[in-house]
Structures are given as structure tokens and as C-alpha cells.
Design a protein around this ligand. Sequence first.
Ligand SMILES: Nc1ncnc2c1ncn2[C@@H]1O[C@H](COP(=O)(O)OP(=O)(O)O)[C@@H](O)[C@H]1O
Ligand SMILES: [Mg+2]
Length: 257
Amino acid sequence: MSGSDKIVVEAISKSFDEMRALDEVNLTAKEGEFVSIVGPSGCGKSTLLYIIGGFVQPTHGVVRAGGKVVKAPGLDRGVVFQEYALFPWLTVSQNISYPLDRIGMPAARQREIVERYLELMGLTQFANAFPRMLSGGMKQRVALARTFAYDPDILLLDEPFGALDAQTREVMQDELLRLWRTNRKTVIMITHDVDEAVYLANRICVMSQRPGRFVAEFDIAHDTSLTREQVVLSDSYRKWRNAVWLSVREQVTGLKV
Ligand SMILES: Nc1ncnc2c1ncn2[C@@H]1O[C@H](COP(=O)(O)OP(=O)(O)O)[C@@H](O)[C@H]1O
Ligand SMILES: [Mg+2]
């Protein structure tokens, strides 16, 4: 895929006290790429995403986003955290409109977009509810709506669909695909769901056990004219799914198969 480098992770290491979480990790995502990161639990995936987001400082190495060295969080990088991270003092609507306000969108347009996302996420009845009144799956939908709605160039997603039921997950995945395809987003998404990675991403990077580093990479391309059902039944999909599974299993069990 051509295009300029949007995210460049250069030899990032991160230690927490004596414990080494990441070891000289390199990763480049070009504009318009959808990269999925899979790997064993505790290998440092979330830590890497927080570093790219600017929420955690690396011990060594540097991250560039859109050519600039990342030093802090920024609205160019929309993040959906594993633990939702909603503002507890704001309602569902206010949580979604918060970044719209920060980017200076006129109030009438904000209302339109908030309404569209409330509907898409099945949250219309909860527009005025506070996060503490919502289930985990609903909080996750609000967090996704908040990030999708303001349409940042870069999406950093940490297991964004984990708490959702199967039907809702498919709706959200397809909305993410639509955003990515129509607006040429750069996406980095962590998931533990190999099927999700193979269905959504155009590149899958497999991480080793801690200290995490990338050990395998798969380029994926589905025929975009196919429906989801046709994609998952295709030979190429099954071939990729199998190859990624074997690679992840090798990392989890330490056994080569
Ligand atoms: N703030 C922190 N302080 C100390 N240890 C941490 C901190 N954040 C993460 N870790 C540790 O770093 C390792 C990697 O964590 P994490 O990035 O959350 O892994 P993953 O997302 O791949 O499951 C784990 O052993 C975790 O306990
Ligand atoms: Mg994690």
C-alpha cells in the first residue's frame, strides 16, 4: 500500500521498575492502513497503544504521528481504551459531543452527529443517562461513538469490541470498516479475536510474550465487493485465519507447530 507514513514507532522499549514490558518495538502504519495487533495476554499491547497515544512515556525510543514526535495525547489520535474511560460527570450525549466541541464544531452540527451516533449505537433512550447507569457493553458503545463521531485521522483501538454481544459487535465492526474505507483513516487496533483481525485489518502484526516485540506479520486483502458472509467463507480468509492462529498459538504456548 502506498501513502505517507502516518505512525512510526522507532525502537520503543518500556520498563516498569525492573520489569521489561516492551523490547525495541518497531512499527510503521502508512496513511490509510488498518493494522491489527494480536498477541498473548500481558505481552505489552496496551502499553504500546498508550505510548502511541501519548498517555505513557517510553523508556527508550520515539513515536512519530503525522511526522511529529508524540509527547502527549492529541486530537489527531482518537483512542478507545480497553476500559471505556468515559467522563463520569457528563451524560451519554455530552460524552459524545465533548471532542466535537473541542474541535470547534458548530452546535447544530454537533447535535446532528450526536443523534446519528446515538441511533447507530442503539443509545437514543440513554442520551441523558450518566455512565454509572450503563452496562459495560453500553459504555463501550458510548466510547466508540465518542471517538468515531469526531472523525480523527488516526484511530487507536484497544480491544474495542470485547464487551459487546455478537450482533452489536458486527454492527460496530462494519461501521469501523465504513469509516476506514470512506475517510482513509489510519487504524491500529488491538484484539484477541483472530477472526476480527482477519476480517477487518489489512495487516496483522503478532507480538511475542513479554517483553513484547513483533515476531510475524500478515498482509490481508479481501475483495471489497463481497459481503461479510462471503468473505468469511472464502478460501483466502480461511487460509489467513489458520496462519494467524498458528502464529499466535506459537507465541502463547511457546510451541512451534
Ligand atoms: N502502569 C503500570 N505499572 C506497572 N506495570 C504495568 C503497568 N502497565 C502495564 N504493566 C505491566 O506490563 C505488562 C504488559 O501489560 P499490557 O500492556 O497491559 O499487556 P496486554 O495489553 O498485552 O495484555 C503486564 O505485565 C502489566 O502488568
Ligand atoms: Mg491490554
